[in-house]
Write a protein that binds this ligand. Sequence first.
Ligand code: 2X7
Ligand code: FE2
Length: 298
Amino acid sequence: MSEKGKIVMGALAPHPPHLVYAENPPQNEPVSEGGWEELRWGYERLRESMSDKEFDVIVIHTPHWQTFIGTHFLGVENFKSKSVDPVFPNLFRYDYDLNVDVELSREIHNIAEKEGLHVKMMENPDFRIDYGTITSCHLTRPEWDKPIVVISSNRASSYFSHEIMQANMLKLGKATREAIEKSGKRALLLSSNSLSHRHFTVEPELPEDMSKEHVTNHNQYIWDMKIINLMLKGKNRELIDIMPDFTEQTMAETDAGSLTWLISALDFPKYEAKIHAYGSVIGTGNAIIEWDSERGEK
Ligand code: 2X7
Ligand code: FE2
């Protein structure tokens, strides 16, 4: 490919397995009566919004593939098995069969390495894919007709600090953008994480009983709105500046680095993001948000 590649869209695409459970797709074993419609309709609106986009590959950064020594990348062309959520095995037992764009994976890996990051290609064919990757990809593109690149979450937040994690993710985002441009491919990027992440410790008898669902507490809600409004106004430098405090005070899943990686890959968009939904899942805050980088360029 000779033409320069590009990121055609970025999205915050959270992965509560409850949303897949509620949809009852053929791949998932447990059966539900529905639930969490606001978020599921939000994913429907995201899919509608990207329906006229042409892209070759989905690149996803996932909080539930946690690596303590560096950032890892899937490096095998196909994975087929069952993924079971360790916390919610009653909700998520999903048969997956997915293809990986190993060439692009390797290119991001190589550029990130040159930037000084500790990286590794994951080449074990029996590796079990995490439910974060599967849920976000399923809800964004249920056809599974595009190859994916999966990037692990290096736990620098736990090992060092949110600030060190962010410094690394800013480099990784830039490396991702450069690799995509070099590849000539058109990519959709997904940051697979919730926002505020304090959650209930007891599950209702019927998990999809919506009379039991609400944000854990008001502080979490106020913080989520602050973060969402910065994204909607294109104030992404400010967002990165306050992300460590937000992460600490709401135990946010931004500790994984996914959102910082996405904002950096999109090169700190100044244009407005578009929100498709905000809702709670066992008390956590979840927003579905898109950055249409092609529209933003105009
Ligand atoms: O992994 C998750 C999550 N991030 C949010 C809500 C519920 C369950 O799992
Ligand atoms: Fe999660």
